[in-house]
Design a protein around this ligand. Structure first.
Ligand code: GLN
Length: 541
C-alpha cells in the first residue's frame, strides 16, 4: 500500500507548495522510493486549458494530452517522471463526474450532497495513483489556501482518509508563512497559529510545518511554533528563501525534512538521499563560466509564470554549456520594424513563444523577419513556428497578405490552416490536438543533428497547422519541412537552410525538458546563441 503525504497551504498563496512537494519527492526518490505527486485544484474549471495565462500561468500538457496545472511541470522537471491526467484534478472535474453519475441514475434516488458524494469522489481520485501499485509514496498537493470556502471538501476528504488509512500511512505537511516585521524587528508566528487552528477546526491537525521565511528560525521561534501549533519540535521545518527553486531539495535535506517525514510514515530512513546528479546540476547552475542573452518574444511576458517551462528549459540547457542564459522578456505588442535593431542588438538568439489570438502577432512576425535576415539564431514554438511560416510567405514568397486562418479567416493565402479534425469543433475545453504524437525527422537536417534520432515523440496543444498545399513554394525558396507526423503528414518542424540556426516546431519541446534530461532543441539553441555571441565579439574586436 502506498503512503500518502498531503501538502496544504496557509496564510497566503504562492508559498511554493509545488516546489516543496517536488523537492521532498526528489529526496525520497534519492533514497530509492518510487514517488509521484498529484495536484488537486479547488477551482470549477474542469481543467486549466480554458484559463488565460494571466489568470493561472502556463498550462502544462502531459503525454496523455491532459491540460494541467503548471506545478505538474515542476514535478516532471524535478523527478524526471511522466505525469498524466490522473495527476491533476479540479473541483470542476469532480463535480462533472458526480453530476454525470446522478444523470445516469447511479445514486438510486438519494439526495446528492457535498458530503458524502463530492468528498467520496475526491477520496477516490486521491487514492487512484496509489492503487496502481507503482508507487511507495503519493504526495497530494492541495491548491488554494486553508480557509478558502472551496477548499473545505478537500480538507474534509483528507480528514476522512487519515481515519480510513490509519496512523502511520498518511501525513499532513502544512506550508505557512512566518513574516518578518521590520518595525518590530522580529519573525511572527501568529498567522501560522491561526492557520493551524483553522485546519484543526476542520478536523485536520498538521503533522509537519514547513515555514517559509526570509530569516533563519531560531530555537525560540521553533519552540513557540511547535508548542502553539501542537507539532513535535523536529516537525518545524524552516524553508528559507532560496536562490533558485533547484536549491530547495538541499535546504529540505539540511532541515532533515525527509528523515522526519519517513520516520512518521514508519519507512526506513537510514543513510542519506543519493542526489549527486542533482547536486552537480545545482553547482553548475551556481557557477556558470559564461553568459548569453536570449530574447523571449511573447504577449504574456509581464507574468513570470506564463512561460515557466520555457524559462526552466533554458536553465537546464544553460547548465550543459556551463552558461547562464539570461532570458530577456520582449512584449510582442511593443515591437515595430523601427525599434527592432535597438531591442535585439545585444541579444544572441530569439525565441518566439506559443500563443493564441491575434494580439501582438505582427510584432512576432516582424521580429522573425529581422532575425532571419540578420542571421540571429531563431527558435519558434507552436504559434512561434506558425509566425515563421507567415513571415516567410509574406517576405520571401511575396504573398503580402498571407496569414493564419486563426488571425484572418478571409486571408487570400492561408499558409496556416485549421486542422481537418478541428473544423466541426465548437466547444473550447479539451478539444485541441493535445498530448504526445510521433514525428519522423528527415536526414541531413538541423533537427536530425540535434535530436540524433529519426523518430521522436513530442507534446502538442494546437488547432492550426502548416498548409501542405503551399509546401512546394516554401521548399523551392529555402524553407524546408524537416519533421512530419508519420500518420497525418502534418508538418511538425520547419527550418530555413541559409541560416545558422532557424527552427520552428509545431509541438512544445519545453514540456519535456528536465534537470536530468535537458531538451536537445534548447541545448542546440543555446549553443547556437553562444556561437553567435562569440562571432559578434570577434567582429567588434
Ligand atoms: N494558436 C495556435 C494554434 O492553435 C498555436 C497554439 C500554441 O502556440 N500553443 O494552432
Amino acid at each position: 500500500m502506498s503512503k500518502h503525504i498531503f501538502v496544504t497551504g496557509g496564510v497566503t498563496s504562492s508559498l511554493g507548495k509545488g516546489i516543496f512537494a517536488a523537492s521532498l519527492a526528489k529526496l525520497m526518490q534519492g533514497r530509492g522510493y518510487k514517488v509521484t505527486i498529484q495536484k488537486f485544484d479547488p477551482y470549477i474549471n474542469v481543467d486549466p486549458g480554458t484559463l488565460n495565462p494571466y489568470e493561472h500561468g502556463e498550462c502544462f500538457v502531459t503525454d496523455d494530452g491532459a491540460e494541467t496545472d503548471l506545478d505538474l511541470g515542476h514535478y516532471e522537471r524535478f523527478l524526471n517522471i511522466r505525469t498524466s491526467q490522473a495527476n491533476n484534478v479540479t473541483t470542476g472535474r469532480v463535480y462533472q463526474t458526480v453530476i454525470n453519475k446522478e444523470r445516469e441514475g447511479a445514486f438510486l434516488g438519494k439526495t446528492v450532497q457535498v458530503i458524502p458524494h463530492i468528498t467520496d469522489e475526491i477520496k477516490r481520485r486521491m487514492l487512484l495513483l496509489g492503487e496502481t501499485g507503482e508507487y511507495d509514496i503519493v504526495i497530494t498537493e492541495l491548491g488554494g489556501t486553508v480557509g478558502d470556502i472551496e477548499s473545505l471538501p478537500y480538507i474534509e476528504a483528507v480528514r476522512q482518509l487519515q481515519w480510513e488509512l490509519g496512523k502511520g500511512n498518511t501525513l499532513v505537511c502544512h506550508l505557512t508563512l512566518i513574516p518578518f516585521l521590520n518595525a518590530a524587528g522580529e519573525l511572527k508566528t501568529k498567522p501560522t497559529q491561526h492557520s493551524v487552528k483553522e485546519m484543526s477546526r476542520n478536523g485536520v491537525q498538521p503533522d509537519i510545518l514547513i515555514c517559509r521565511t526570509e530569516k533563519e528560525l531560531d530555537m525560540e521561534i521553533r519552540t513557540k511554533l511547535a508548542r502553539f501549533c501542537n507539532v513535535d519540535l523536529d516537525c518545524v521545518i524552516e524553508a528559507i528563501d532560496a536562490p533558485s527553486i533547484y536549491h530547495v531539495p538541499m535546504l529540505m535535506e539540511q532541515e532533515k525534512a525527509d528523515i522526519t517525514i519517513l520516520k512518521k510514515l514508519n519507512l526506513p530512513h537510514q543513510g542519506g538521499s543519493k542526489i549527486e546528479d542533482w547536486l552537480t546540476f545545482v553547482h553548475k547552475l551556481n557557477s556558470p563560466h559564461q553568459k548569453v542573452k536570449i530574447g523571449l518574444v511573447g504577449k504574456y511576458v509581464e507574468l513570470q509564470d506564463a512561460y515557466i517551462s520555457i524559462n526552466e528549459a533554458f536553465k537546464h540547457a544553460g547548465v550543459i554549456h556551463q552558461c547562464k542564459v539570461e532570458v530577456v522578456p520582449i512584449h510582442s505588442e511593443e515591437l515595430t520594424p523601427e525599434n527592432m535593431h535597438e531591442t535585439f542588438q545585444d541579444l544572441s538568439g530569439i525565441l518566439v513563444a506559443p500563443g493564441f489570438g491575434d494580439r501582438g502577432i505582427e510584432g512576432k512576425i516582424d521580429a522573425i523577419k529581422y532575425v532571419r535576415e540578420n542571421h540571429i539564431p531563431f527558435f519558434g514554438i507552436c504559434l512561434g513556428m506558425q509566425c515563421a511560416v507567415i513571415e516567410f510567405a509574406r517576405n520571401v514568397l511575396g504573398y503580402k497578405n498571407a496569414h493564419s486562418l486563426e488571425m484572418d479567416p478571409n486571408t487570400e493565402h492561408p499558409v496556416i490552416n485549421l486542422m481537418e479534425g478541428q473544423k466541426d469543433i465548437e466547444h473550447k475545453g479539451g478539444t485541441m490536438r493535445l498530448g504526445a504524437y510521433e514525428c519522423e525527422i528527415h536526414e541531413n537536417t538541423l533537427a536530425k543533428k540535434l535530436y540524433g534520432q529519426k523518430t521522436i515523440e513530442e507534446r502538442h496543444r494546437h488547432r492550426f497547422e502548416f498548409n501542405n498545399d503551399y509546401m512546394a513554394q516554401f521548399e523551392a525558396h529555402g524553407m524546408q519541412a524537416t519533421g512530419f507526423n508519420p500518420i497525418s503528414n502534418l508538418v511538425e518542424i520547419i527550418e530555413v537552410s541559409n541560416h545558422p540556426f532557424f527552427i520552428g516546431v509545431q509541438f512544445h519541446p519545453e514540456y519535456k525538458s528536465t534537470v536530468a534530461e535537458p531538451h536537445p532543441l534548447f541545448k542546440g539553441f543555446v549553443e547556437a546563441a553562444l556561437k553567435y555571441q562569440e562571432n559578434m565579439l570577434l567582429k567588434e574586436a
